[in-house]
Design a protein around this ligand. Structure first.
Ligand code: THU
Length: 132
């Protein structure tokens, strides 16, 4: 969560003023961070979670232990958006823990299965075999 907090400081969020950081704990012990990157064409905004995940994959890391999300501009714990839940689920199992916090730093947590129930496409996931 401290890494996610630091990443939120690097958010590019001039449109929402809602700075979010994410930190992925990888199986090899590395912590890979991301922040939201907004765009004047609002729909092209990349959330902190997908920013971290894309960076991890680009670094050759595909096995993850936990995810922390920190929002510097909310008084409540901010959990991943629907799109991010779908994208994260590509690489983790249902028991994967996600921790999320607002500016107080007090974290809530939920498993991936709780965040994305009734995942009908799970059987299409290739993550277990590690195929390209
Ligand atoms: N945002 C994230 O980066 N992660 C979340 O979990 C919630 C939302 C970003 C997207 C956008 O830049 C801003 O927060 C407001 O939605």
């Amino acid at each position: 969560m401290e890494s996610a907090r630091a990443a939120a400081e690097r958010a590019y969020a001039p449109y929402s003023s809602f700075r979010v950081g994410a930190a992925l704990l990888c199986a090899d012990g590395a912590v890979v961070t991301g922040c939201n990157v907004e765009n004047r064409s609002y729909g092209l905004t990349i959330c902190a979670e997908r920013s971290a995940l894309g960076r991890a994959i680009a670094e050759g890391r595909r096995s993850f232990v936990a995810l922390a999300v920190f929002c510097a501009d909310a008084d409540y714990a901010v959990s991943p958006c629907g799109a991010c839940r779908q994208v994260i689920s590509e690489f983790v199992g249902g028991d994967f823990p996600v921790y999320f916090a607002g500016r107080s730093g007090e974290a809530a947590s939920a498993t991936m299965a709780a965040l994305l129930p009734f995942d009908a496409l799970r059987e299409l996931s290739r993550k277990r075999g590690g195929e390209a």
